[in-house]
Each structure stands twice: as C-alpha cells, then as structure tokens.
Design a protein around this ligand. Structure first.
Ligand code: CUA
Length: 160
C-alpha cells in the first residue's frame, strides 16, 4: 500500500470509529434517541381505528388537566383538519406534557419557538414535555401533509 493510501485509510477508519463511538455514547449515557411512539391504541376486532382512538382513555376526554402545581397534561387529538382542543391556556412557567394521537391519517405537531416537533401517527401516542418560560401565543402547526385543508390545521397555546 502506498504511504498516502495508508494515511487516508487510517484517517477514514479513525473517523468511523469516532462517529460510531459518539453515537453509542449519546445513546447509552445521555439517553438521547429518536422520538418514538410512547403508546399504541389497538382496535378491538371489528372496530375501526377512529372508534378505538375516541373511546380509549385519555383520548375519550381530550383537553388540559393540571396534574400537579405548575404541571399540566394536554391530551390532544390531531385529525383532519383540526387539533382538538383548539386552544389551551396556561400560566407562564408551566410544564406541559403533550399526549397526541390521530384517529385518521398522519399529522404533524410542531410549535415554532419551542423544541416540540413530533409526528402523529394514527393509533400511536406521541408524547413530549416542555416548559413555557416566556409569555405569548404559541401556534401549534401541522407540518405533515394530511389532505386538502392541511394548511389550515393549527391550534394555539396561550401562555399568560
Ligand atoms: Cu394535519 Cu397536515
């Protein structure tokens, strides 16, 4: 092997080992991973998915609930072409755990200005927690094409 070939080969192997090592490190020690579905709603025999989603707790009662002082759970349905509920109001500094699912097709759940950015897959439950430290009206946007009225699909988080 040529000298430069050898150097190049060693450099490439070293880089590969470095990147794989970094990946293993963040996965194992920092618990950073791709967002995955936290739960799944499986229809009973003869039942369609929409009926299963709408009758399974907590999605049979979508809305905002205070689960502890300053901590909320927002159960949200993403469906063609609305988020339900359409608006939630919370005090500044609140920590909100969003639990979102879809009874029909795949939607997106994106709140610009935060790190909330999820895909909502029919029958799967997407979960993410965020603390709203600044007041304002945050938009919830569907950023996954879901049909004709996709571009109108939004909701609001009012932080006061
Ligand atoms: Cu829902 Cu696009």
């Amino acid at each position: 092997m040529e000298r430069y070939e050898r150097i190049f080969f060693c450099f490439s192997a070293l880089m590969l080992a470095l990147f794989l090592g970094a990946l293993a490190y963040v996965t194992i020690f920092m618990h950073i991973h791709l967002p995955g579905p936290a739960g799944r709603i499986i229809p009973k025999p003869g039942q369609n998915l929409a009926a299963a989603v709408l009758s399974t707790p907590p999605f049979n009662r979508p809305g905002l609930r205070e689960i502890a002082a300053g901590r909320y759970e927002a159960v949200i349905l993403a469906q063609q072409w609305i988020f339900y509920p359409r608006k939630i109001e919370i005090p500044v500094g609140s920590e909100v755990t969003f639990k979102v699912t879809s009874p029909d097709v795949t939607h997106g759940f994106f709140i610009p200005g935060t790190r909330i950015n999820m895909m909502v897959i029919p029958g799967y439950v997407s979960v993410e927690t965020y603390r709203f430290t600044r007041p304002g009206d945050y938009r919830i946007l569907c950023h996954e094409y879901c049909g004709m009225e996709h571009q109108t699909m939004s909701a609001e988080v009012a932080v006061k």
